[in-house]
Ligand binder design. Structure first.
Ligand code: NZQ
Ligand code: ZN
Length: 385
């Protein structure tokens, strides 16, 4: 196992009705900016629950954070922050809103000339406003990690700082019942691939991390499809298991002390930036190709994945690996997400642009051993055609 330091200080309040804890979790003397997206929270009653819990607080609102939040939208929040002396951000929404809140919180106290440098030049965040989160879409793990992804002019860039990790997160599985099938699918697949990116590398004998990861993968394989079937889609236990899996997949626990890959995500971000494809749908296209192209480098872990996650024990090594990749693709198809570039009407002519963008963004040495060059990314994208 590799050395690591692990701390996840986000207080989690899990279960139905937990939004009421906002009354106590948000300090009474705070000047709060409630940030949210395009209005789903007003249709499903989440907004009303939040307002009721904050009835003794002083708060202001900033809405309109879009999926794949943009720098231009997020910077608009700075006016109200200055004007109203905001000192606390409450994010209510999916990963985009929580990620957006993180950038807003860091930009508000940024001392350099241009807050875009936090993303473009990876300038360190030294101060940020405190953040609380009410999560409405299980997927990203953003509610209890320090990561954020922001887009500007087709450039989708990540930054990370422990200072923007939410202090608390409310996870009420019942608020996910208003999600469309597409958003539920996206969430399950995103969480699945977060787990894979921290698991499918090379073995360092991290038995606890491996078995936690395998448990999360199996849970998502079991519960994900149930959230799409009419007979089980409203089942709150299904929703609860998906929600907790998604948080656990990217809260730092399973990735502590083990190598991590993230090449699928970095290539996927270019697909979203250039062509607007949903985050999770870029991942379901790229991952099977990464598994195929990196079969030799990932051989030992692919065999472990085949046997422990998919119970494949018969046949020679290559057959077992091929079967595991096929079952992974079938799982994605069952979750109604694409597995090929051609499924989203992209072809070989589009690969040059993606490679150019990867180069522009410094994504030239990806993977657990930083040995996925641009030429290998091209091979991966070609395999995904
Ligand atoms: O904007 P509203 O009206 O709220 O609608 C949203 C949005 O249209 C809707 N929605 C959310 N909760 C709902 C709901 N609709 C009905 N009922 C509910 N309960 O869903 C749509 C998509 O929301 P979004 O927040 O964009 O989805 P998601 O949570 O998948 O977040 C995706 C973003 O997170 C980034 C992605 O790159 C992408 O920008 N990621 C963040 C990560 C992190 N912070 O660690 C890691 C991930 O790998 C990922 O990169
Ligand atoms: Zn993701």
């Amino acid at each position: 196992m590799l050395n690591f330091t692990f701390q996840n200080p986000t207080h989690i309040h899990f279960g139905e009705g937990q939004i009421s804890v906002l009354a106590k979790e948000v300090p009474l003397n705070a000047r709060v900016l409630l940030v949210y997206g395009g209005g789903s929270i007003k249709k499903n009653g989440v907004y009303q629950q939040v307002i009721a819990a904050l009835n003794e607080h002083t708060f202001f609102e900033f809405s309109g954070i879009e999926p794949n939040p943009t720098y231009d939208t997020l910077m608009k929040a700075q006016d109200i922050i200055k004007r109203e002396n905001i000192d606390y951000i409450l994010a209510v929404g999916g990963g985009s809103v929580v990620d957006g809140a993180k950038f807003i919180a860091a930009a508000a106290l940024y001392e350099g000339d241009d807050a875009w440098d936090i993303l473009a030049k990876q300038q360190a965040v030294t101060k940020a406003l405190p953040i609380g989160a009410v999560l409405t879409l299980p997927a990203t793990g953003s509610e209890s990690n320090g990561n954020s992804v922001v887009t500007r002019d087709g450039n989708k860039l990540p930054f990370s700082s422990p200072l923007v990790r939410p202090l608390f997160a409310v996870l009420d599985p019942s608020v996910t019942l208003s999600l469309s099938d597409r958003q539920i699918s996206n969430g399950v697949v995103d969480a699945f691939i977060h787990t894979i990116e921290q698991y499918l590398t090379y073995s360092v004998n991290g038995k606890v991390q491996d078995r936690f990861s395998e448990g999360l993968l199996q849970t998502l394989i079991e519960e994900g499809p149930k959230a799409l079937l009419p007979a089980t889609k409203e089942n709150l236990e299904v929703r609860a298991n998906i929600m907790w899996s998604a948080t656990m997949a990217l809260n730092g626990l399973i990735g502590a002390g083990v190598p991590q890959d993230w090449s699928t995500h970095m290539i996927g971000h270019e697909l979203t930036g250039a062509f607007g494809i949903d985050h999770a749908r870029t991942l379901s296209i790229v991952l099977p190709a990464v598994m195929k192209v990196r079969k030799e480098q990932k051989r030992e872990k692919l065999l472990q994945y085949a046997s422990r996650v998919w119970q494949i024990t018969e046949g020679d090594e290559d057959t077992r690996i091929e079967q595991a990749i096929r079952l992974t693709e079938e799982f994605f198809q069952q979750m109604q997400v694409p597995t090929r570039l051609s499924d989203v009407n992209l072809g070989s002519k589009d690969i040059d642009l993606l490679i150019e963008r990867l180069e522009q963004h410094g994504m030239t040495a990806l993977g657990e051993k930083s040995d996925i060059t641009l030429a290998i990314s091209r091979e991966i994208l070609t395999k995904a055609l």
